[in-house]
Design a protein around this ligand. Structure first.
Ligand code: GRF
Length: 190
């Protein structure tokens, strides 16, 4: 069995898809959802589906080894960032080398980096008159959005598509591809 830990700061619609996709799966188990935001709807969503949850603050995350130890105790194989907004500390990356992935709502290397999240991304895509956007699933390293790319999928941006419309198209791609790509990645680790 391969164990997943999810990190989410917000709604958790991607985390929800992943949890539901792997419910009852013979080889993959979503063990825990962690969040830096006590009010994140993702926490209640995960608890309702039987996952352990854990809220942490800045000090715990960056100045103690509590989260690394918790993940090790749970024998986590893969950490999935699904709308998690904080930079991952080097100690966590070192403890899980090539075992942390993120989803970014654009076609990296375009529209990535600090400050490029949520609607900021989709507004920038619209303002630059791009003819396509999409999703990037990538490994996480010490810099925002710079780890090796695992998977990309694109969607057309049509004249007249506003940032909200682009967001909807990108989210549909996220919900379609993230869980199957995780399954594929973990299957390759057998
Ligand atoms: C997604 O767009 C994801 O790409 C980004 O944060 C958003 C999370 O949305 N990293 P949700 O909380 O899963 O609905």
């Amino acid at each position: 069995m391969k164990n997943i830990a999810l990190f989410a700061s917000g709604t958790g619609s991607n985390a929800q898809r992943i949890i539901e996709y792997f419910a009852g799966h013979p080889g993959v188990s979503c063990k825990i959802l962690l969040s830096n935001k006590p009010q994140a709807p993702a926490l209640a969503m995960a608890a309702e589906r039987g996952l352990q949850t854990r809220v942490f603050n800045r000090r715990e995350f960056y100045e103690t080894d509590q989260i690394v130890r918790l993940l090790q105790e749970l024998e986590i194989d893969l950490i999935v960032l699904a709308g998690f907004m904080w930079l991952v500390p080097p100690e966590l990356i070192a403890a899980f080398p090539d075992r942390i992935i993120n989803i970014h709502p654009a076609l990296l290397p375009k529209y990535g980096g600090k400050g490029m999240y949520g609607m900021h991304v989709h507004r920038a895509v619209a303002e630059h008159g791009e003819s396509e956007s999409g999703i990037t699933i990538h490994y996480v390293n010490e810099a925002y959005d710079e780890g090796a790319i695992i998977f990309q999928a694109s969607c057309p941006v049509l004249p007249g598509d506003d940032p909200e419309r682009i967001r909807q198209k990108v989210q549909a791609l996220e919900h379609e591809h993230f869980a199957p790509q995780i399954e594929k990645l973990l299957a390759g680790w057998e």
